[in-house]
Design a protein around this ligand. Sequence first.
Ligand SMILES: [Zn+2]
Length: 300
Amino acid sequence: MTVTLDWLGCATFRLTVDDLVIFLDAYIDRVPSAPPVGITAAEVDRADYILIGHSHFDHIAGAEVIAANTGAKVIGSNESARVLLEQDIPADQLFRAQGGEHYRLSDDVTVRVYPSLHSCIWSTASSTPEEVVLGDYGLTEDQRWGSLNVWRQSSPDDPPETQAMLEHLNCSTGSREIGGALAFVIETPQGSIFYHDTSGCWTRVISDLRPDVALVAMAGRANIDGEPIQGSLTQFVGRMASMLRPKQMILGHHDNWMPPMTLDMSSEEALGPVREEIARVEPRVSLVNVGYLEGTRLLE
Ligand SMILES: [Zn+2]
């Protein structure tokens, strides 16, 4: 059995298990100022399944193109299904999940779905992965969101790159609702792969999963059991390593996926503190830094 992983930027991956092609998220077509990942959604000619972690554009956009062109079946939340129905994807291609489902993907491969959490986009985030941020704890939804509007329209006063970014996020396929963040464990005869696409988790849901490989999102202010982490993004990755205890960990959502809002946190230099934190809390976990479309072999 050959298992290959391609990172396609942001939290999107293509996982190939022999002949089975599974997309994890589908966001490939980004703002022009983001570094190209080497392929577009329209160029994808093979996909059997698309697993969608949540319904925001930077995860689901492109699923409508890939599902229409390849006939791939989509597993995601009710909100993700609603978004794709609106994009004319047939209902029989859409499989709804909220956590607790166990889908068969091929004779040898299945996926288990778990409830997960979105990062705290309403909360103060660190400017670098290692910066510790405290506070915003114990707030109710009205206090959390207040007048924050991440979906604002662009204005002529915005710099051109900001205008392009706002137009992109307002025009891309997706929902303003999270739609219920999901985590997945893909099970193969050679081992299992954990995937989530935003920096959050229910600790008691994931602590006993023990995947062989974990794809962990590193972006924004992490969400631990419904509260913003009192610490750093690097410490969140360390927590994930110590709970999941995979042999290998691969990060996602940490590239410069939407300038000027985002920074590149994927260089080997930027990952130095993350490596140190993982070595400190769970030294048996190997952090594998992959580039776009590198075809990394897993579970060997
Ligand atoms: Zn999101």
